[in-house]
Ligand binder design. Structure first.
Ligand SMILES: NC(=O)CCC(=O)C(=O)O
Length: 262
């Protein structure tokens, strides 16, 4: 199956959900000119990393954002891997990725498992407990959020459970651009899967973000890459290629899991 994908490498307005929803509406309209079947947003795109104000500007049960994607999915007949947003629940605030299919159905929610202490996430957010697997058009995908990519065993778990392409949503800073590209390429090669990674652009009071959203194929080749600016990056994935690569180098047959114990 082939899928045309658009990554919205948004310059997120810090702490201003109203401005971000308006901008998202405009960027979706622009992305639709390239006829994507899936549109991807970055991490915490409604609020940015305004963590101290999340109790006020987070989205209760993610309802406003889910309704937004439901409307847009039906209007444009497109799937959304709707980035992540600050989801307010009774027990705390989660960094939650939303997947809404082309019929406007909420397919999956995944809350970031690994909280990134360097950006104070552990002081304001709760860690998720569920995995990121979901299906679209009867194919299995997974979602991961930013810092999660430093944990190869977490992505491998999803691939062993059937994911053939992994969506990564991020607010990854520019000083670690080298890590971003290297880790994502390694995750694609070692798991022999597509990596579809949507970063943000721009800056906030503490960070300049890297942009350089990427679509990487199961052989580790870059299919599409963003600049450092706000833009829409498009590329096509072909899930047949996953099978071809896995037949060429049968990593999954050659694993020795019985010996991988610490
Ligand atoms: N938002 C994040 O999780 C950032 C992760 C990051 O920058 C890293 O180096 O890891």
């Amino acid at each position: 199956m082939k899928l045309n994908i658009a990554l919205i490498q948004m310059d997120i307005v810090f702490g201003d959900p109203v401005a971000n929803f308006q901008k998202a509406e405009r960027l979706i309209e622009e992305a639709m000119r390239q006829n994507p079947e899936v549109i991807v947003f970055p991490e915490l795109w409604t609020t940015g990393y305004d963590l101290a104000n999340l109790p006020d500007i987070g989205d209760t049960n993610a309802q406003e954002t889910i309704d937004f994607f439901r409307t847009k999915a039906k209007q444009y007949n497109v799937h959304f891997v709707g980035g992540s947003i600050a989801k307010k629940q009774e027990d705390g605030i989660y960094n939650t990725l939303l997947v809404v299919n082309q019929h406007g159905e909420l397919v999956h929610q995944y809350s970031k498992l690994h909280l990134f202490q360097l950006m104070d996430e552990h002081l304001h957010l709760k860690a998720g407990k569920e995995e990121g697997l979901f299906s679209l058009n009867n194919y299995t995908f997974a979602g991961q959020i930013c810092y999660d990519i430093r944990f190869p065993e977490w992505m491998r778990t999803h691939v062993l459970n059937g994911a053939e392409a992994i969506f990564v949503v991020a607010e990854w800073p520019l000083p670690r651009l080298h890590h971003w590209k290297t880790l994502l390429t390694a995750r694609a090669i070692e798991n022999q899967c597509y990596i579809i990674a949507c970063n943000c652009s721009g800056s906030n009071p503490s960070n300049v973000f890297a942009g350089h959203s990427l679509i990487i194929d199961p052989w580790g080749e870059i299919i599409a890459e963003g600049s450092e600016q706000e833009e829409i990056i498009c590329g096509e994935i072909d899930l047949e290629k996953v099978k071809n690569v896995r037949n060429t180098i049968p990593v999954f047959d050659d694993r020795k899991p019985n010996l991988y114990k610490s």
